[in-house]
Design a protein around this ligand. Structure first.
Ligand SMILES: [Zn+2]
Length: 140
């Protein structure tokens, strides 16, 4: 199941995922993935560049270390900005019912958490795995 929910800033794509526990029980969940359009990617890259160069300016005030920090941060700015520009989508959160305790949960994800992801059910701390829906179908 793929569904794009339109949003003026950036689109959130919903994907089916499979939640499994160590006993092999599974349930179906939803992964929310934020999609960045061209404009979002440029703005995110410029924000990263601005932040790193701001740190470079602040580093001028640190005696001694500024000889290293200022040039390093000036070079790092475009590198960080380019890496940020290449990010087209980022995992936001996963929702679903825990296969162990049956409770519904919503789990915030780090932007660089790829699936499959081993984590813990927020209500009960049971170890669970979040699997891509298409992977799980292929294995079944
Ligand atoms: Zn649970």
């Amino acid at each position: 199941m793929r569904q794009i929910v339109s949003d003026p800033m950036s689109a959130i794509e919903k994907r089916s995922i499979v939640i499994s526990n160590n006993a092999g029980a599974t349930s179906v969940g939803t992964l929310y993935v934020k999609q960045f359009g061209a404009r979002d990617r440029v703005l995110r890259a410029l924000a990263a560049l601005g932040l790193v160069w701001l740190l470079a300016v602040l580093a001028i005030l640190i005696p001694g270390l500024h000889f290293v920090l200022v040039p390093a941060l000036l070079i790092a700015g475009p590198v960080v900005a380019f890496r940020r520009f290449r990010i087209t989508a980022q995992n936001e959160r996963a929702t679903g019912a825990c296969p162990s305790c049956g409770k519904e949960f919503s789990l915030a994800l780090d932007s660089d958490d790829p699936l499959p992801l081993s984590t813990y059910c927020p209500p009960s701390d049971d170890p669970i795995q979040l699997l891509d829906g298409s992977d799980a179908t292929a294995r079944a």
